[in-house]
Design a protein around this ligand. Structure first.
Ligand SMILES: C[S@@+](CC[C@H](N)C(=O)[O-])C[C@H]1O[C@@H](n2cnc3c(N)ncnc32)[C@H](O)[C@@H]1O
Length: 460
């Protein structure tokens, strides 16, 4: 009887070791090896040889921190942000932008190959961000005490609930970042402190969320553990003068992992901002989902329209429609478009935008996608074309089942999570759809995140 020999772990915590980097992981780390032992190291690139400080070493894998590069990749560039690798955000800044796009295409290719096996398709080149920095129009920072006990901005460290203080964020739209800073500067004048679930659970101020639009408006939301912030009216005029078009307070006294609570109250300014994408103006309430880069949203909309190609004879459905980003442009070309969405505020915005843009053939319902799909073809028209953009968890089995019975001619599946895409493509294939093409989109440059559009048709 052969007994498995215990695996030799070639290093231990505290060692310095030379590693060869083979690939990038799906998160902040590069995958390096010492012989066949894997060590995860942030801030390295494939093809590099590095000396690392080993920070942990288990039988399965180790972790290390870069000390010195013995051989650098030709794709290496200087990170633009001073908080690179301390902040858990933009961990691909050391890779040139062309290589970032290529590595995202390769990642989605692997996903699609795994999902479809012999039926795989060639993934198209990644659609590049309008600009590799300064494109995030929604910025949310946590508030934490600075060295003098006053307020400062923080982001989470990678794989950690700990916060790191941040004084600049080149990934953010410059107006959004200026407003984050200005809001914090003004909040420091009030007698309130930063909340912390463990060390300061009674304090008031949790986070600042800013959404800017390409048309120049900006909604600032201060998240607090109470519904009101005493004295906030003292800062309103200066915040509005310095670029905010609205200021709201969101009340969140719950889960530390959730940015927003259920109630938001306008303190000053207009209750909504408006964003324009593809010739449609969208009304946005402060807490609804909207793509972080409006210019990339425009590319996404165009690709969905190009694949679905609605005509004046078509009824179209947009599942998980948010504020109608896809529904309204589709409605402009179709006989009718129907959007279904769980968030009541997003549905109100979608209906208001339909009215404001004179789009009379778009209807929206607030509810669960699965329930609505079951009614299609009975009380509701059967859509020949379907767009779907689920949350990170992807599709539920009842949605896939309902799509099988509905059997639309074409599907445009927008995915923000490759693992969900990998699981859902074979399910959709088994439900009678064939994947024709897949296009990745770089919605979050300088990070490992990648979105994609899978174009499917009903198999004959
Ligand atoms: C990734 S967003 C897409 C929104 C929109 N397509 C866009 O690009 O702006 C997903 C949306 O699905 C909604 N949602 C999540 N689960 C849902 C469900 N079971 N039924 C309906 N909507 C849902 C969320 O509220 C969110 O607005």
């Amino acid at each position: 009887m052969s007994r498995e020999r215990p695996r030799v772990v070639p290093v231990e915590k505290g060692d310095q070791a030379t590693v060869d980097v083979h690939a990038l992981g799906d998160g902040p780390d590069g995958l390096a090896k010492i012989d066949d032992y894997v060590v995860f190291v942030p801030g390295v690139l494939p093809g590099e040889r590095a000396i690392v400080d080993i920070t942990s070493a288990t039988r399965k894998f180790g972790r290390g921190e870069l000390r010195h590069l013995e051989q650098a990749s030709p794709d290496r560039v200087e990170p633009r942000c001073a908080h690179f690798l301390q902040c858990g955000g933009c961990h691909r800044q050391h890779q040139n932008y062309r290589a970032q796009l290529l590595s995202k295409q390769q990642r989605i290719q692997k996903t699609v190959d795994f999902a479809l096996g012999a039926d795989t398709v060639a993934v198209q080149p990644t659609v590049a961000a309008a600009s590799p920095y300064g494109e995030r129009h929604k910025v949310a920072v946590q508030l934490l005490p600075d060295a003098r006990g006053s307020l400062t901005a923080g982001f989470h460290r990678a794989r950690s609930p700990d916060l790191v203080a941040i004084d600049d964020c080149p990934a953010s739209d410059p107006l959004a970042w200026d407003l984050v800073q200005r809001t914090i500067e003004l909040l420091r004048e009030l007698p309130h402190r930063a909340w912390d679930p463990w060390f300061a659970p009674k304090e008031l101020l949790r986070s600042v969320l800013v959404r800017t639009t390409t048309t120049g408006s900006a909604h600032v939301v201060v998240v607090a553990t109470e519904p009101r912030i005493a004295g906030i009216e003292r800062i309103v005029d200066r915040l509005l003068r310095d670029g905010a078009s609205s200021l709201s307070v969101n009340h969140n006294d719950g889960d530390p992992a959730r940015l927003l609570g259920p109630h938001t109250e306008l303190v000053a300014g207009r209750p909504f901002v408006h964003e324009e994408v593809g010739g449609v103006t969208f009304r946005l309430s402060p807490t609804v989902f909207f793509q972080t880069s409006p210019r990339m949203a425009g590319h996404l909309v165009q690709h969905v329209l190009d694949w679905l190609r609605p005509t004046a004879a078509d009824d179209v459905a947009d599942l998980y429609c948010g504020v109608g980003l896809l529904t309204l442009p589709l409605a402009r070309r179709a006989r009718s478009a129907f959007g279904i969405e769980l968030h009541g505020g997003a549905v109100d915005d979608a209906r208001a935008s339909a009215r404001d843009n004179g789009i009379a053939n778009a209807t929206f319902r607030c509810g669960q996608v699965a329930g609505w799909l079951r009614e299609c073809g009975r009380e509701l028209p059967r859509p020949r074309l379907v767009a779907l953009d689920p949350p990170r968890t992807g599709l539920t089995p009842d949605v896939v089942e309902a799509l099988r019975s509905l059997a639309p001619d074409r599907l445009a599946y927008v995915s923000c999570e490759p693992q969900a895409l990998q699981r859902d493509l074979p399910l959709l294939q088994a439900a009678g759809f064939r994947t024709v093409s897949v296009v990745p989109f770089d919605m979050f440059p300088q990070t490992a995140h990648v979105e994609s559009l899978a174009c499917l048709e009903r198999a004959t």
